[in-house]
Design a protein around this ligand. Sequence first.
Ligand SMILES: Cc1ncc(COP(=O)(O)O)c(C=O)c1O
Length: 439
Amino acid sequence: MKKANLIDPKNDQDKKMFLPCVRHHFGDEDITFVEAKGAVLKDSHGREYLDLLCSHGCATLIGYNHPAVVEAVKEQAGKLYSLAVDYNAKIVSDLAEKLLSVVPESFKKVYFANAGAEAVEVALFLAKKHTKKYEMVSLYGDFHGRTHGARSLLGFGPLKKGMGPMLPGVTRIPSYYCYRCQLGLEYPTCNLQCAKLLEDALLYDTSSDVAVFVTESIQATAGNIPAPNGYFQEIKKILDKHNILFFMDEIFTSFGNTGKKFCFEHYGVVPDMITMSKTLGGGLPISALLTTNEIAQAFAEPEPPLYYTTFGSNPLMAAAALANIETIMKEKPWERAEELGKYWINGLRKLQDKYDVIGDVRGKGVMIGVELVKDRKTKEPAKEESVRLKKEAGKRGLILPAGQGWLGNTIRLVPSAVMTKTQIDQALHIMDESFESIS
Ligand SMILES: Cc1ncc(COP(=O)(O)O)c(C=O)c1O
């Protein structure tokens, strides 16, 4: 009998068909996936993998292929799966009503789009139109998508290289990356100087015509970096003083990945605008911008409408998102994310005691960053080790999102809240073996 070959010839074909920025492999081999359930992916040879990336957080909360979402999509597909945005689909109204009923009451209006970056783009235009100001402030390390406007906010130079001039009017300040404080300070004796710098940036670096402060709720792509206590409260004080809108991008975090329904609840602030996407559709492509009545009013005129997109408000995606939110409100996965997050951190800190290469373990809920360093004092990023670790874990049936973060040295875990503790122990055991083998 032919031995299962993990190098799938079809995938070689794929590599020839797609632009080279499309990456279809992890670990050593090219693997083609065909099925998923809960926290487990199955490849074309029937091999199972525990997935700690969960489709970049999309399948974290209720797991892959939740039956409620599958059923809702099947039912809606049989009724109405496409409709011009000019018409009102009942399922889209039902979704809007449900969504607005589960967010803080200041959020009164919603706009649906397809992907995260698209919702961010709408938020930026809306902020400018509402305030009649044009400048924006964001943070080093922030990520909001790869479209032109969203990329212009990006606080990471290499992803802008060769892409021509970015949007003007964007100022960035150092972020709250405590492990590598860009001001060389230490929390909490730093007295949150990084947040206070916003005041200086407004004075020295902008013309004071700032429309909006844009921030991720937790710096996910940079390596799952949560803000320290008090940071966003300090920021909000300054924003209120200068009458600047506060837009928090919750695309990675809404509905519970961080252990609370919304990440801003951790920080004790309510933003003026939020975006959602990855965790909104239960793994299917839909995004949303939510804001107040007052801010939304800026898009009331003129005709034709300032913003819409052909596939925004798609009934099939709305059915998926509605089933997802209903399931989430029943299952409250943020509670499990909080509990399992602590279990993960505890297990990872034990690995940190054993392996010097682990420099930092941090996180909120199940959004966890494990930073690998060559030397704990110099904190030189251990990039190659991170890549080797990913390969070792892959061989053992674990999808380990290592080699990530802006420095390429972080394991950026977003493990599923539906994982059992036995599965987590299994994953930690594979990580232990993988660390051992690269030591
Ligand atoms: C915080 C955040 N904002 C925006 C985006 C962009 O979303 P999309 O890739 O769906 O355009 C991402 C994607 O990783 C993200 O993490």
